[in-house]
Design a protein around this ligand. Sequence first.
Ligand code: PMP
Length: 326
Amino acid sequence: MEYAKNILETIGDTPLVKLNKLTEALPCLVLAKYETFNPGNSTKDRMALKMIEDAEADGRLKPGGTIIEGTSGNTGMGLALAAIVKGYKCIFVISDKQSKEKMDILRAVGAEVVVCPTDVDPTDPRSYYSVSKRLGAETPNSWYVNQYDNPSNAKAHYESTGPEIWKQTDGKITHFVVGVGTGGTISGIGKYLKEQNPNIKIWGIDTYGSVFKKYHETGIFDENEIYPYVTEGIGEDILPENVDFSIIDGFTKVTDKDAAIYTQRLAKEEGMFLGNSAGAAVKGLLQLKAHFKKEDVVVVLFHDHGSRYVAKMFNDDWMKKMGYYD
Ligand code: PMP
């Protein structure tokens, strides 16, 4: 018999899938690292398990403990799955701009969810950064994960996703393109790939309303770049320690409207029912067309599943209300 001993053993070893119609305008082969195949339907399962294992190993997380994190949903799902198997409790702090589905899903896997306002300064005591830190300090036998600055986040991708992509492309990958939030995905995979071949180019997808692109280009943390945006999962108003700017060759910014439209197009034209950051990543790829040659092998990573966006990017009334169908 061949079976996994528990659900956590099914994390990783996701397929690489060729994009066909949406990338027709590009001269090169475009392959998607399809992270939806993880048990929690996102790449975050990998780093959630790694962060927990590392915290267990050095005593930050003790038996019966409570895991506390500020999470936009996917990291929460990964942590919750691991917590169930390993016997921990979870409290997640989430901003009110996140979809209701994400909150319901986290509650479905046994987590307590605390909702905080989005449009307040990160230093405001109501912000989800502040509330999660406070809960971490107040709850007995708790461990505050802090995926933004926790090095196990990027390490998970350095140890698993990066080597998988290298092996699956037979070392032929020339470019890696991915949305950037905490930075764990781009930094871990980017570091591994550049160690194998320093000529591989690493591109980050950013949003309008986020600080990454300007900071990478100028070294200036420009507060004027920060304003509310709709795209979920990518962009930040802080500089997380997990973003290793030194391995990133460039960023391109994608609008909320384009990200939403391309999320729909992935479902309708490729049969890929994916999250909002996948749409942003594909539009970003098209914006980078001038950088690609015929013989290039470009890998784009798709973070999560479309089911978490049915009330938004996959809802015509919402799309009309946002003015995205004009
Ligand atoms: N897309 C989605 C849907 C996400 O949840 C995240 C995580 N915030 C990202 C992209 C960005 O990944 P990372 O945090 O590793 O930069």
